[in-house]
Design a protein around this ligand. Sequence first.
Ligand SMILES: Nc1nc2c(c(=O)[nH]1)N[C@H]1C(S)=C(S)[C@@H](COP(=O)(O)OP(=O)(O)OC[C@H]3O[C@@H](n4cnc5c(=O)[nH]c(N)nc54)[C@H](O)[C@@H]3O)O[C@H]1N2
Ligand SMILES: Nc1nc2c(c(=O)[nH]1)N[C@H]1C(S)=C(S)[C@@H](COP(=O)(O)OP(=O)(O)OC[C@H]3O[C@@H](n4cnc5c(=O)[nH]c(N)nc54)[C@H](O)[C@@H]3O)O[C@H]1N2
Ligand SMILES: [Mo]
Length: 796
Amino acid sequence: MSGFRHHHITEPWGARTPYAKGGQWPERVDIYLADEMDPESVDRWVRSAAVLHSNGDGLDIAVKDGRIVGVRGRADDRINHGRVDTKDLFGWQANASEDRLTTPLIRVGGRLVETDWETAMNAVVTRSTELLNTRGPSSIGFYTSGQLFLEEYYTLGAIAHGAIGTNHVDGNTRLCTATAAEALKESFGCDGQPGSYTDVDHADVIALFGHNVAETQTVLWMRMLDRLEGPDPPELICVDPRMTPVARMATVHLAPLPGTNVALMNALLHELVHHGWIDLDYIAAHTVGFDELRKRVAEFPPERAAQICRVPADAIRNAARLIGTADALLSTVLQGFYQSHQATAAAVQVNNIHLLRGMLGRPGCGVLQMNGQPTAENTRECGADGDLAGFRNWANDDHIDQLATLWNVDSSQIPHYAPPTHAMQMFRYAEQGTLGMLWISATNPAASLPELARIRGILARDSLFVVTQDMFRTETTELADVVLPAAGWGEKLGTFTNADRTVHLSEPAVDPPGQARPDLDIFLDYARRMDFRDKDGDAFPPWTDPESAFEAWKLCSAGRPCDYTGLSYQMLRDRGGVQWPCNAEHPDGSERIYADGKFWADPDYCEAYGKDLVTGAPLEPTEYRAMNPWGRAVLKAAEYLDPHETPSTSFPFVLITGRTLYHFHTRTKTARAPQLNSAAPQPWAEVSAADARRLGITEGDVVEVATPRGAIQVQCRISGIRDGVVFVPFHYGYWDCAPTADGHHRAANELTITDWDPVSKQPVFKTAAAQVRWIRGGTGRAAAPLTTASAPLERR
Ligand SMILES: Nc1nc2c(c(=O)[nH]1)N[C@H]1C(S)=C(S)[C@@H](COP(=O)(O)OP(=O)(O)OC[C@H]3O[C@@H](n4cnc5c(=O)[nH]c(N)nc54)[C@H](O)[C@@H]3O)O[C@H]1N2
Ligand SMILES: Nc1nc2c(c(=O)[nH]1)N[C@H]1C(S)=C(S)[C@@H](COP(=O)(O)OP(=O)(O)OC[C@H]3O[C@@H](n4cnc5c(=O)[nH]c(N)nc54)[C@H](O)[C@@H]3O)O[C@H]1N2
Ligand SMILES: [Mo]
């Protein structure tokens, strides 16, 4: 085992450990301990995995004198072979932050005041009971997260769907991986990631679609970098309007105008079909829908897409040739595709590439419809996001019956009269007053949802009783009626699953502060106080702690694609990460799925019957049966539609928002880690050199970015972004970054639009029409990162 020391802020990807195609990725163990502590002096190392992204890097938490003092990558973990992402190296410091929530809070006379659990839970129970008695289950909604643990989601889903019977259950996964799930359902009949990270070891072409992996799954990028430095490096294709670290390393970088992904994808598919770079045998044996797809993409020669996307037609041809002639193609997709008006339509075209080329289930041939949050996969599996537990189909009565039997409740108790309510619709119901209570756990919608002025108004309504459950005070807790202090990662026990289906166990390293409690305990406490019962009068849910919740979940997952029946806490302790399905048939887990060209798309088994890619209207069961009686993969064609809000003379820019390497979301953790905070302490806006010149802006000047929803004032960074596009990081809300003294906002979501993909219902964070205006001169370079997509031009 080799240990590398590097400066994790200025060299976030560290030193290279090159390896050859088909080889083993070498180990490199990253470690950070407070005060340059000697690893030998650590009392205990506690098994866990990373929670500041979806990569699932295995790591150990260092404990000394009952306090967390650092982390170290696990050399034996299949995901990271010892490496640790910069945020994870430093982010743990937030756990011990002075300003953790340590008692429940309750609103009295307009102010939040400290209270005890008894009072806080009684308030929640009283309001719940009142609403259930007067207005019924549909007056209560739950908005949860992609950051709790599997056991917590399964419990919340069981309470909401099984005990209360409300259809209003969703996660912030709606903002995050709703499109990943939906694209997988559309193409393969079911959620579930076909690929594996080991595909990086074997691929000869890696294509990244709207995915800045270098900043958002840094360890996965280290793996790609190490292949790039080794013998037979893969070719890299990057589709991103910014000059990201990925774009800088790419053989072909396509920088489309935001919101035009479908046109670009159709042109790539056009080239594959036109040149015969497709596997007709595979298509005939394993798919339906080829004729329609062929007709649709015939309308998209590269010249047409070039005009729409404003990229050179030859660059599209070059990318298509690489994809079309690859022996082993790995594709990844993320928010550049998912957070736009045709999100599912675009993401599905990536699946189509793999289906046309017969490139699934073999080493190097994977699609990763990436997750973002560490536990988003579990929100989906466990049915805490509107899906039903175990990837069951809400429109299939047999699946409802299975759940009803499992939970020993009446089938009619489990809502399935309509598609599950999505988060944006829940906020709409709250706005209209039909939702009387919203219980928000581990998410900060007053910073992360679009059009914040509207969201603040909704959360502040008298007609809405808001419960929040968090580790810290946030923009959202400040609008709540009851605030419940939660234990976080490192303080509680449970499992979670990353973007390549790898399940990790995370053990408690320290006690939660004050009266903070694990989310699981809070949900179970609520169930007991509400006195929820099954058909026999027994307490529901019947489980009582993480391990019994996990065992209950195993039963629920039995026979479903996400089969956990072969797993146990002990096995996860002994073996580290294991990929589902893991059952009697696959006792060691499953590296890849769909190797045999068989999909989980059978009409009786599939999770969804699919939707119309333009309107989002769900297909009737009979329509699906007629289209796909054999349960094959579905090649779904999509027409290109213009973004809903396009630049105009008053708003001539396209606004995109996203991430930087050093921060996680609304910064509740990363702003409390000094190293991370100082790497990117303030928000900024990025424009191209040509746009800056035209507007008379120099690096570091203060600019106003405005859309029809609002305006922010931030420093300007002149970066490698394409002309006509302005980028703003979305990390800076106003709890930790109050409006400036003169009252100007700084949060990206003051600007974003209330609009979503009709199919996945994922909000459009990546296109809005915007104006950029010079306000005043700055005092030097903007306080933005120097190492990343945001690097100033002079640093390149
Ligand atoms: N450092 C860090 N890492 C994280 C997170 C974090 O907050 N910070 N969050 C985690 C989570 S929850 C998520 S969901 C992931 C997100 O990970 P990513 O999706 O990689 O991150 P984003 O920055 O949201 O968007 C990716 C890229 O999309 C590009 N883009 C914008 N519009 C378009 C478009 O129209 N077309 C194309 N092709 N590209 C476009 C942007 O320029 C941006 O570089 O990251 C995870 N990892
Ligand atoms: N403009 C714009 N907006 C975006 C995006 C974008 O790209 N652009 N991306 C979207 C995406 S992909 C995502 S995932 C969302 C993220 O948006 P949010 O989920 O709102 O962001 P976080 O800051 O991660 O909020 C999680 C909260 O949970 C708390 N927490 C952490 N661990 C625990 C725990 O164990 N228990 C409890 N109870 N609380 C805990 C944290 O303190 C924090 O307040 O933002 C979305 N919003
Ligand atoms: Mo996300």
